[in-house]
Design a protein around this ligand. Sequence first.
Ligand code: NAD
Length: 349
Amino acid sequence: MRFVHDALPMRVVFGPGRLAELGEEVERLGLTRVLVLGTPEQEATLQRAADGLGGRAAGVFAGARQHVPVEVAGAAADRARELDADGCVVVGGGSSVGLGKAVALRHGLPVVAVPTTYAGSEMTPIWGLTEDGVKRTGRDRAVLPRSVVYDPELTVSLPVGLSVTSGLNAVAHAVEGLWAPDGTPITAVMAEEGARALLAALPVIVETPDDLDARSGALQGAWLCGAVLGATTMSLHHKLCHVLGGSFDLPHAETHAVVLPHVVAHNGPAAPAAAAALGRALGVGPDPDTVAKALAARARDLGAPTSLAALGMPADGLPRVVEQVLAAPYANPAPVTRESLMGLLEAAF
Ligand code: NAD
């Protein structure tokens, strides 16, 4: 076995009620005037975070939107400059964390993240910016949050449907980490445990959304899966979801939930160790076909959407996706041909 494990710095403060300790995290970093960022839907939570920070909060910007449009990033960066902010606190899902990363990229301001979904962006150095309908992404360690405060109490309000799809989005990071060309023994352990924790917690959350033990388990899973996303190279699944989301404006987490079982069915036979690890996380045997079917059944039982058509994908758009995915080279355990890709997409459609 040969590998290089290049660990990213990671400070995690975890537990119910930890939002109350946000001020200590900000103080620890020597920040005195932070801008609190997030979406308009979560404005009350942003204000609560700002109130808890007292004099260390310089202002609130509740304008985050999915895929970080450049104009939104520009407005947030201008606000940070006007307020003479020396850091950002982001509270929310991947869209909010993405906005904080965009400000970090522009002004070099340190970010403290308080994640409220399972997307995992807070554990990665990956930024994204969307201009004229095209999303550019890149990696820069400067955008990696300096501290992450996970408070499961903040995830109780995440609607059940979004909890399920966001959780499956996290499982997708783990699955692709398991067959990544740069995976290591450490990322493999994190991926299997992250997927296991989420797949165990989600059925409980569907029944009892305010079960704090299940919410804690899911958030721990999301942390591990996000860390795998940050440490490894993603393959066919993330490429497909990126193209589908970018070209047809499909919702992020839902698209991941629909596509993942189909990619597992496609790649599983070429990545038996990854399939076996996912099988253990699902509580089934190692046979790749069994694992793919068990994952599809679990997603269906959780009430996740099961077709691209249901997400608003037009049927005549499939060939365009095939061409875009074939045009960009990326690592994948199984060969990807025009025929196999079309078959995968038709099944997902
Ligand atoms: P999101 O951040 O867009 O949030 C979806 C909706 O849920 C928003 O309206 C938000 O306000 C609301 N919400 C979030 N948490 C809530 C809570 N606890 N209670 C009630 N409402 C809540 O969704 P997401 O799936 O977390 O993030 C998707 C975005 O993140 C995409 O743009 C994706 O590309 C990006 N992303 C980036 C990375 C990375 O490493 N850079 C990783 C994963 C996702």
